[in-house]
Design a protein around this ligand. Structure first.
Ligand SMILES: [Zn+2]
Length: 146
């Protein structure tokens, strides 16, 4: 499995996660399935949150369903931040894993005035992270023809 991610949406999510620090920030990834087990993430949407702590976020699942059903894209997975923790699956992440969806984890650590991030994507029960690349939204046409 491979992911191509809209760079501007990913950067926007990173900024939101840095601003939200030290709380977790959560988003859902919408996109399309391409050939060869490749998924293109075109949008990262931040749904309303029911509860946010320093360890986990409970999103409004009803709203997520609404967002997905009114979108013409597929629900590929979710992404959330791990403030001051590594980008690996926590017990909570494992327990609340949504079927076979991809889970992205953005580690956000504070280094003096800077916030440093590290991003990894996971599939359930896979030992290695999912490979990913970003694309610039303006490159859509070029990707299709190439
Ligand atoms: Zn987590």
């Amino acid at each position: 499995m491979r992911l191509f991610i809209n760079e501007s949406d990913l950067n926007r999510f990173k900024r939101r996660a840095a601003r939200g620090y030290p709380r977790e920030v959560y988003g859902i990834m919408l996109g399309k399935r391409l050939a060869n087990r490749t998924f293109k993430i075109m949008q990262i949407v931040i749904p309303p949150i029911v509860e946010a702590t320093y360890d986990y976020v409970i999103p409004d699942y009803g709203k997520i369903e609404e967002i997905v059903s009114t979108s013409d894209l597929d629900y590929i997975g979710s992404i959330h931040s791990h403030p001051q923790a590594p980008p690996t699956i926590s017990t909570h992440d494992y327990q609340y894993w949504d079927k076979d969806r991809v889970v992205g984890i953005l580690s956000v650590r504070k280094r003096n005035i800077y916030k440093v991030t590290e991003l990894k994507f996971w599939r359930k029960n896979a030992a290695l992270p999912v490979k990913f690349k970003t694309f610039k939204p303006g490159e859509n046409g070029r990707n299709k023809s190439g």
